[in-house]
Design a protein around this ligand. Structure first.
Ligand code: ZN
Length: 113
């Protein structure tokens, strides 16, 4: 469990005390080629705020699950699906870079206390 709030390292339970149970089914892929490459199932046991990007040429990448979950909890929704874009970039030669095109298609289910 890492940095559920920027600057502070708190556990999932501390960050979201109102959540009894959370289940996330995610599929990672490239936005150009569909979502079928890497399947991930997460719960409060193995969840990190930032799920790493598997693109080897991607730098500073990752998927901000913490932000996605915060939005759901704020609205007290019990489920939400969406696509989280990778926040990293790929180096193109010495100076140029382009945004990493990987994305994480997620389905989140939450049960509140
Ligand atoms: Zn990436």
């Amino acid at each position: 469990m890492e940095r559920f709030f920027a600057g502070k390292s708190v556990s999932f339970e501390e960050a979201f005390p109102e959540i009894e149970e959370i289940k996330i089914e995610a599929t990672e892929g490239s936005l150009g080629s569909g979502f079928s490459e890497r399947k991930i199932v997460l719960s409060s046991e193995n969840l990190s705020e930032i799920e790493p990007c598997s693109n080897r040429t991607c730098e500073k990448g990752g998927y901000d699950l913490g932000d996605f979950i915060s939005t759901i909890v704020y609205k007290k929704d019990t489920s939400k699906s969406g696509v989280i874009s990778c926040s990293g970039y790929e180096k193109m030669g010495v100076k140029d870079k382009r945004k990493c095109l990987n994305g994480l298609s997620v389905k989140v289910e939450i049960r509140y206390k």
